[in-house]
Design a protein around this ligand. Structure first.
Ligand code: TYM
Length: 338
């Protein structure tokens, strides 16, 4: 049996979204709406797994609305595509428990993101942070979604989701019950790096605000951050093999390529041999042209919180209607009296 094509993806409402979230994921979501049905959620339950969200109800609620506004401002159409908060569809949590019993400790022990996020004091991390990728598998599979557009850093979590789907299908002798969801990791900027250090991922939690372009930054702030971005003293190379040992140059060129729907090769054909100062001016103009309108639209949307909440509730209602029958089937398959 082949499963009907369906896209699901999500982002955590912790801090403000940045250029990495946009180029690695959101920009591809907007395009995929024209290719297959999509569902986009704000994963508020995942936001509780770390100190940045835990115990901060007001922050999570505000960030959930802000992320919703960012989706819509970037071009997700909530009339066509349900946009909802994960906690509004209880089936995600329900399936997650069953998947906790399918996934093996050894699989989770290999997750690099848990190791990074728990840091030196693993014993102080929440249990939720550990089982985080299991909830993520439930987010996807509770709809039997087949395609998951994400940045490079989510690849390992998606492999785990596939392993869980496969083991469930085998253990309960229901071949092909769950699809094996495919990661969609495309474009020149699947891993946008920090503007201060080309070896570190651009991240919401980096202590330096200059390391990232936030989707809410003003035009001036965007231009300044790009002009201050770390580079090296050499001119831009003419071919991508010249990026060897020059991660900052590679990152800025990839950002330019992604923002202009081009490729690193084409960008270098135009700017190769030039100094960074000239390239940075062009990159600043391009980034402002692409990102500032998103920030403006977000501000307009956020002025009407009731409307954002209405969009989330309407999206959740449509998603519950999809998730409930899958969950009913799962309960029957695992042997619960229903
Ligand atoms: P999150 O909230 O950390 O990031 C949201 C999306 O942005 C991508 N991303 C990046 N892409 C390129 N360069 C970067 N520097 C960068 N930083 C972040 C991420 O890959 C992601 O696509 N676990 C997920 C949320 C999630 C989810 C899901 C995703 C929960 N359930 C189900 C897909 C399907 C996360 O923490 O993303």
């Amino acid at each position: 049996m082949t499963h009907p094509q369906l896209v699901l993806s999500g982002m955590q409402p912790t801090n403000t979204l940045h250029l990495g979230n946009y180029l690695g994921a959101l920009k591809n979501w907007v395009r995929m709406q024209n290719e297959m049905p999509c569902l986009f959620c704000v994963v508020d339950m995942h936001a509780l797994t770390q100190d940045s969200g835990y115990g901060k109800a007001g922050d999570v609620r505000r960030a959930t609305r802000e992320v919703t506004a960012a989706y819509i401002a970037a071009g997700v159409d909530p009339e066509r595509t349900p946009v909802f908060a994960q906690s509004m569809v209880a089936e995600h949590a329900e399936l997650s428990w069953i998947f906790n019993c399918v996934a093996r400790l050894g699989w989770l022990d290999r997750m690099t993101q848990f190791k990074e996020k728990s840091g030196k004091h693993k014993e102080r991390a929440s249990v939720g942070l550990y089982t985080y990728p299991v909830l993520m598998a439930a987010d996807i599979l509770v709809y039997k979604a087949t395609h998951v557009p994400v940045g490079e850093d989510q690849k390992q979590h998606l492999e785990l989701a596939r392993d869980i789907a496969q083991k469930f299908n085998n253990d309960f002798a229901v071949p092909d019950f769950f699809p094996l969801p495919e990661p969609v990791i495309t474009g020149p900027a699947t891993r946008v790096m920090s503007l201060r250090d080309g070896l570190k991922k651009m991240s919401k939690t980096d202590e330096s605000d200059n390391s990232r372009i936030n989707l809410t930054d003003s035009a001036d702030a965007i231009a300044q951050k790009i002009r201050k971005a770390k580079t090296d003293p050499h001119p831009l190379p003419s071919e991508t093999k010249g990026f060897e040992g020059r991660p900052e140059a590679e990152n800025l060129v990839n950002i330019y390529a992604a923002l202009s729907d081009s490729t690193a090769e084409k960008v270098l054909a135009e700017y190769g041999g030039q100094q960074f100062s000239a390239f940075k001016n062009a990159l600043a103009d391009l980034t402002v042209a692409r990102i500032a309108p998103i920030a403006d639209a977000m501000r307009r949307l956020l002025a009407d919180e009731a409307e954002i909440d209405r969009i989330l509730r309407a999206g959740a209602e449509r998603c519950r209607a999809l998730a409930a029958p899958v969950m009913a089937e799962v309960k029957r398959v695992v042997g619960f009296v229903t």
